[in-house]
Design a protein around this ligand. Structure first.
Ligand SMILES: [Zn+2]
Length: 499
C-alpha cells in the first residue's frame, strides 16, 4: 500500500471506530442484564432507534390501564403498509408482565434490524414490533394487567385496553404473519416430582384451530417450524415444539391450545400465518440467565423475518387466497365448534434435564396428542342477527370492528332460531365448559318481529364470529361469566341465524 492509499484509509478507520463506539445498547445491556428494562428506559430506547434509522417510525397503538403508552416500531423502506407487494409482519411481546425476556429480545432485535446488513429484509417485508403489550404488569413483574386480567385470555371478548389496542392495530394493517412472544415454565410441579424439567431454550407453536385452513396449518407445521428450528439450532439455541402437558403417568402432552382467545389463534382464525414463541423462563428470579434468554427470543424472531423474506411469494399467495375465500363467504361451509386433542400413534421424545443424573435426557411419552379432531360441526350461516337491545353483544361487535348493518329482511331469507333444551358440560383441555343441547326452528324472515343488527359471516373475521356466537361453541362468548346468562335452559337463544 502506498502512503497515499494509507492516508485515505485513515478517515474510514476513524469513522468505523466512531460508529462502533456509538452502537446503541438496550437498557438491559447497559445494566449488564442484572435488571430488566423499565418502561421509561424502553420508551427512551425506542426513540433513540427511531432517531438513528430512516427505516423506523413509531406508532402509538394505545394505552394501558394506567395510561402508559403501548408503542409499535414500524420498519419500512416504502411507507409502512403502503406497498401492497410487501408482506406485513407483526411481532408482539410481553402480554404477560412477568415474562421479561420477550421484551428484552424485542429490543435487541430492534437494534439488529437497523444495521445496514439487515436492510435487505425490508425489500420484501414491512415489519411492526411491539416490544411490550403489558407495561403495567411489567413494571411490577406480574403476569396480569392492572385490572387483574390475563391479557392472553382476552382476545375474544376484548375488554382490556391493551388487547383492544393490539386488535385495532392488527385490523388497521391486516398483517399476514404474526408472532406472539412469551415464556414457558420448565418447572411444572408434576415434572419436577417426576425428576425432570423441560430443557428447550426456545419453543414454538403454530395455529392449531381446525377452522384455520389446513394449508395454512400444514405450511406452518411442515415448512416454517423446521426452518425456525434450524435457524435457532445453528445459532446454538436448543429448541422444540411448544408442548404443554404432564409427564407420562400423570397426563397427556399436546400442542398449544386451539382456543381463539389468545394472541396466536385470534389472528390465526383470520387466516393469518401465526406463531407463538415461548422462551424458557428464569429459575429463581426473572433476571436469571436473562442475557441468553433474551438472545434466544431475539433469534427466534429474527428467524421468522428471514423465513418470511425467503418465502414471501408463497405466503402472500396462500394468505391472500384464503382470506379472499373467507371474505366472499366461500370458505369452509361448516365450522367446528367443539374439538379435542387426539393422538396419531406418534411417540414423543421430549428433551428434558434429569435432576437424578444431572444430565440432559429425553422423556418418551406414548400419550402424545399432536392432532386436533372435531367433536361437533355446525353449518356456517350467512349472518347472525343481534337484537338491538342486546347492548353488551353490540358493544362486543364494536370492539371487534366487525362489519355490521341494520337488518332489512331479504325476501328469500330463512331465519334459524335455537331453543336451549338443556345444558350439561364437556371437557375442554382439562377445563369443564358448558355444553348446551339445542333445537332449531326455521321461519321466513317476514315473520321476524323487532329490530336487529346483522353481522354477515362473509368477512375476514367470519369464522371468529361463528365461534364467538354459536351457543354450543366451547370457545364462545357463553363460556365467559359475563355472557353466560344468554344460555338459559328452556328458553330461546336471543341471537338468531340467517340460513
Ligand atoms: Zn405468557
Amino acid at each position: 500500500m502506498t502512503f497515499r492509499q494509507y492516508y485515505l484509509l485513515i478517515p474510514a478507520m476513524l469513522l468505523s471506530a466512531v460508529v462502533f463506539s456509538q452502537e446503541i445498547l438496550t437498557p438491559a445491556e447497559k445494566l449488564n442484564f442484572e435488571q430488566v428494562s423499565s418502561y421509561t428506559d424502553l420508551s427512551a430506547f425506542i426513540r433513540q432507534i427511531d432517531a438513528r434509522s430512516d427505516l423506523v417510525s413509531i406508532e402509538k397503538t394505545g394505552s394501558s390501564v394506567k395510561g402508559r403508552e403501548i408503542n409499535a416500531l414500524l420498519f419500512s423502506t416504502s411507507g409502512f403498509g403502503r406497498d401492497a407487494a410487501k408482506i406485513r409482519v407483526l411481532i408482539f411481546a410481553q402480554q404477560h408482565g412477568n415474562e421479561q425476556s420477550g421484551k428484552e429480545g424485542a429490543l435487541l432485535l430492534a437494534r439488529e434490524l437497523i444495521k445496514p446488513e439487515n436492510r435487505y429484509l425490508f425489500d420484501r417485508v414491512d415489519f411492526a414490533l411491539i416490544p411490550q403489550v403489558n407495561p403495567d404488569g411489567s413494571e411490577v413483574n406480574k403476569r396480569r394487567n392492572a385490572n387483574d386480567a390475563d391479557l392472553n385470555r382476552n382476545h375474544l371478548i376484548l375488554t382490556e385496553p391493551e388487547t383492544m389496542a393490539l386488535h385495532d392495530f392488527f385490523d388497521r394493517y391486516r398483517f399476514e404473519v404474526t408472532m406472539d412472544v412469551h415464556e414457558y415454565s420448565p418447572y411444572g410441579d408434576n415434572w419436577v416430582k417426576a425428576g425432570f424439567r423441560k430443557n428447550s431454550e426456545v419453543t414454538l407453536g403454530t395455529t392449531t384451530n381446525l377452522n384455520v385452513p389446513e394449508e395454512i396449518r400444514m405450511f406452518s407445521q411442515n415448512k416454517a417450524l423446521p426452518f425456525l428450528f434450524n435457524f435457532l439450532g445453528t445459532r446454538h439455541f436448543s429448541c422444540f415444539t411448544y408442548c404443554p402437558g404432564d409427564p407420562p403417568g400423570s397426563g397427556y402432552i399436546r400442542h398449544s391450545t386451539f382456543d381463539i382467545n389468545d394472541g396466536r389463534q385470534s389472528f390465526g382464525i383470520q387466516n393469518t400465518l401465526s406463531f407463538i414463541q415461548e422462551g424458557m423462563n428464569g429459575k429463581d428470579d426473572y433476571t436469571d440467565n436473562l442475557k441468553k434468554r433474551a438472545q434466544g427470543q431475539m433469534t427466534g424472531m429474527r428467524g421468522l423475518l428471514e423465513f418470511v423474506y425467503l418465502n414471501k411469494k408463497e405466503i402472500n399467495k396462500m394468505i391472500s387466497r384464503e382470506r379472499q375465500l373467507l371474505m366472499r363467504g366461500k370458505a369452509n361451509p361448516v365450522i367446528s365448534v367443539q374439538s379435542e386433542h387426539t393422538g396419531n400413534g406418534q411417540v414423543l421424545k421430549l428433551p428434558v434435564y434429569s435432576y437424578k443424573t444431572g444430565k440432559d435426557s429425553v422423556v418418551v411419552s406414548k400419550d402424545y396428542r399432536p392432532m386436533v379432531s372435531s367433536l361437533k360441526d355446525v353449518v356456517k350461516p350467512t349472518g347472525y342477527l343481534i337484537p338491538v337491545k342486546l347492548y353488551e353483544i353490540l358493544e362486543w361487535t364494536g370492539r371487534q370492528n366487525f362489519e355490521t348493518h341494520e337488518y332489512a329482511p331479504g325476501r328469500a331469507d330463512v331465519i334459524q332460531e335455537y331453543t336451549i333444551l338443556k345444558t350439561d358440560s364437556i371437557d375442554f383441555e382439562g377445563d369443564i365448559v358448558l355444553n348446551p343441547f339445542v333445537e332449531t326452528r326455521e321461519y321466513p324472515a317476514d315473520q321476524l318481529a323487532g329490530r336487529y343488527v346483522c353481522i354477515p359471516t362473509a368477512q375476514m373475521k367470519g369464522n371468529l364470529i361463528s365461534l364467538g356466537l354459536e351457543p354450543a361453541s366451547m370457545l364462545g362468548l357463553v363460556t365467559y361469566k359475563r355472557y353466560r346468562h344468554l344460555l338459559k335452559a328452556g328458553e330461546i337463544y336471543p341471537i338468531l341465524r340467517i340460513k
